[in-house]
Design a protein around this ligand. Structure first.
Ligand code: CUA
Length: 326
């Protein structure tokens, strides 16, 4: 068969199925809650297919029968049975099946929330508590495998919504309110989360990576995350640290272990160890340089100013310093 005559489904189906296995797919669950949501989807889909086939059968019957009338008793049976009893039974079964899943999804687990996830225009502030101290990170949530971990979800500005399709349900981040969402990861890996409530210009770029590791690895990571930033090790990163201080970056950003203590933007203590720069660019020296040069280009409306006016060498030193903050 030539490519031109190949049926469309043969081309589209592999593409569609490849989409199902992505790190952002509710149909490729990597968490207990997402498994239940996926089961609900498949049961609903099966129910919809059965009802659709039945309706097609009835339509076919009507066409075959032509315009011939039924006896009144038989016609009433069709109307009451097909129009009232059948939908009530089908919808009740599906509703009860769906409601039975709710208590499991609302269970927040035995421990206090593992982190506070704050939706802010247009990034996620993720704050852990370690030995009584608050450790802030950004655009990345770390979870231990196999444990039920809840997060507290808040917002200081507008309504956002946290959704990690491969791991679980979805909850709104509402100013003045604290909501909760639990995850119980069943597979290690990095999954994509997003903001699921329109919140302004860069809503579609408000992503976060959820990194699931073994509980031991998670504890090691938290320990390292709680440590202050490494001082710059060579001349170029030292120049970068000086540029960071002299250009007032510390007014918005904190780097624990230095004088920078701003809280408006993301804490940068270990920014070099995160999965992405600004939540959108690869975490490399080039990524940092690109972001500092024109953040507006990568995230329209972002509150971070451009540092395009800096000499290239200074921008490069700044990028290398930030990349080194692992
Ligand atoms: Cu935040 Cu949409």
């Amino acid at each position: 068969m030539t490519a031109a005559r190949r049926p469309l489904p043969a081309i589209c189906l592999p593409l569609a199925l490849a989409g199902c296995a992505s790190p952002q797919s509710a149909l490729s669950p990597a968490g207990r809650d997402a498994e239940q949501v996926a089961t609900l989807f498949w049961v609903m889909l099966a129910g919809a297919i059965v009802v659709w086939l039945l309706m097609m059968g009835v339509a076919l019957y009507a066409v075959i029968r032509g315009g011939r009338e039924h006896a009144e008793r038989r016609a009433k049976l069709y109307i009451v049975g097909g129009g009232i009893v059948f939908p009530v039974v089908v919808l009740t079964v599906l509703l009860v099946f769906g409601l039975r899943l709710l208590p499991g999804l609302l269970d927040l687990g035995p421990d206090p929330p593992i982190a506070v996830v704050s939706g802010e225009q247009w990034w996620w502030r993720v704050t852990y508590t370690h030995e009584g101290r608050e450790i802030a990170a950004a655009n990345e949530l770390r979870l231990p495998l196999g444990r039920r971990s809840a997060v507290a979800v808040v917002s200081p500005d507008v309504i956002h919504a946290l959704w990690v399709p491969a791991l679980g349900g979805k909850v709104d981040a509402i100013p003045g309110r604290t909501n909760h969402l639990a995850f119980e990861p069943t597979r290690e890996g990095t999954y994509r989360g997003l903001c699921a409530e329109y919140c302004g210009l860069s809503h579609a770029l408000m992503n976060l990576d959820v990194v699931v590791t073994s509980p031991e690895e998670h504890a090691r990571w938290l320990e390292a995350e709680a440590a202050p930033a490494k001082p710059p090790a060579d001349d170029i990163t030292r120049r970068g640290a000086e540029a960071f201080a002299s250009h007032g970056c510390g007014a918005c950003h904190a780097i624990r272990g230095t004088a920078a203590a701003g809280t408006l933007g993301p804490d940068l203590t270990h920014v070099g160890g995160r999965t992405r720069v600004g939540g959108v660019l690869p975490n490399t020296v080039d990524g940092f340089r690109d972001w500092l040069d024109h953040p507006e280009h990568h995230k329209p409306g972002v509150h971070m100013p451009s540092f395009h006016m800096l000499p290239t060498a200074e921008l490069d030193a700044l990028a290398r310093y930030l990349d080194g903050l692992q």
